[in-house]
Design a protein around this ligand. Structure first.
Ligand SMILES: NC(=O)c1ccc[n+]([C@@H]2O[C@H](COP(=O)([O-])OP(=O)(O)OC[C@H]3O[C@@H](n4cnc5c(N)ncnc54)[C@H](OP(=O)(O)O)[C@@H]3O)[C@@H](O)[C@H]2O)c1
Length: 329
């Protein structure tokens, strides 16, 4: 049965003003799809890139927005096995369109969620937590005793990744933009926190590692930090460039990696680390287990009503958010 539902759509790229909350007709789920009513939706920096149209692969317009959510299954399409009405599921990926009360979703992107975890906690952590999982455990395997630098350590991905790095036994150095974020980064497990708005983070990292540099830098800030991040690495270290919150990274001469110490650079995406269904489910299982047994804390969660999504995005763009932001329909 079709439903009239509320959904954010945008028809041109731009600032938060391009987002429009509309009534749209949601058809019955097609073959291979499930229909869900959202309990909570996670807000991510990637939503802002999508809205601005900054990726080479821009979303075709008009488009929905949002890449993760948690909700209850209302109906299943033909050919769907493993899900039924009433199941509580979460998802990452599928066509962007999570900023809605209800939506249809490829069943292959849904995972059942454990009873013990609140929907808002899952919405706050699934996209960022699966990102942290692949960054820390699969992209560059970090070992106990390795020194790691994580930029934006009080943000959504940073809060979860730093906790995991600490549990592995890494020496975790976090950067934050402003003194009010230092305590949060410390709670996330950072051994040392650098306010990169007021301090030279390269010099501080060298000091904290007795001149050696770190084995890995996780850099989602991009333009403002990329060059400095390379200078923080020990010989044969790896720069994981996984975002560009401050703007795109300038092209780099490959030969400079040799001159700086046989360095590696990777530009990973969660898309490729969760494309395989078995890997996707294993990653979600690892995240849920860590949240359930308390080895990972969801941390600060800021709630906004779904209709306030544009305001929530402004808070994130202006660097005022700590931890994760969720939208509640
Ligand atoms: N490649 C992937 O698979 C993948 C997956 C998920 C997320 N990401 C990336 O990971 C990053 C973090 O995502 P998130 O959703 O958890 O966001 P977030 O970390 O909660 O927010 C972004 C943070 O970046 C820092 N930042 C530095 N310069 C900035 C600027 N000019 N404008 C805005 N923010 C700036 C701010 O922290 P400070 O004030 O502390 O500097 C800000 O709070 C984003 O770049 C996102 O695109 C990548």
């Amino acid at each position: 049965m079709d439903h009239i539902v509320k959904a954010f759509r945008f028809s041109e790229y731009g600032g938060p003003e391009v987002l429009r909350l509309q009534e749209v007709d949601l058809p019955a789920p097609a073959a291979g799809e499930i229909q869900i009513r959202h309990h909570a939706i996670g807000l991510n920096f990637i939503d802002i890139y999508h809205r601005r149209g900054v990726f080479a692969a821009k979303l075709p317009l008009p488009s929905g927005l949002g890449v993760e959510g948690v909700g209850e299954v209302l109906a299943v399409g033909s050919d769907v096995v493993g899900f039924q009405s009433g199941d509580r599921v979460a998802y990452v990926g599928g066509p962007p369109g999570a900023y809605t009360t209800h939506r249809n979703l490829p069943a292959a992107r849904a995972v059942k969620v454990p009873d013990g975890l609140h929907s808002e906690v899952i919405a706050a952590t699934i996209f960022k937590g699966l990102t942290a999982e692949y960054l820390v455990h699969r992209c560059v395997p970090v070992s106990s005793g390795d020194a790691a630098l994580f930029h934006a350590a009080a943000g959504g991905v940073g809060s979860l990744a730093c906790q995991w790095l600490r549990q592995i036994g890494a020496q975790v150095i976090g950067t934050v933009g402003g003194p009010e974020k230092v305590a949060t980064a410390r709670q996330n497990g950072c051994d040392a926190v650098i306010d990169y708005r007021s301090e030279d983070f390269v010099a501080r990292v060298r000091e904290l590692t007795s001149g050696r540099g770190v084995r890995v830098v996780y850099d989602s800030v991009g333009a403002d930090t990329f060059a400095g991040s390379l200078d923080c690495l020990a010989p044969r270290g790896t720069l994981v460039s996984f975002g560009e919150s401050s703007g795109p990274v300038e092209p780099l001469a490959v030969s400079s990696l040799g001159a700086k110490g046989s360095l590696f650079i990777t530009r990973p995406s969660i898309v490729h680390y969760t494309a395989d269904p078995a890997e996707y489910r294993a990653s979600a299982k690892r995240l849920f287990a860590a949240l359930e047994n308390g080895t990972l804390k969801a941390g600060t969660i800021t709630r906004f009503a779904l209709h306030d999504a544009a305001r929530a995005q402004v808070e994130m763009e202006e660097r005022r958010t700590l931890g994760s932001v969720v939208l509640v329909p």
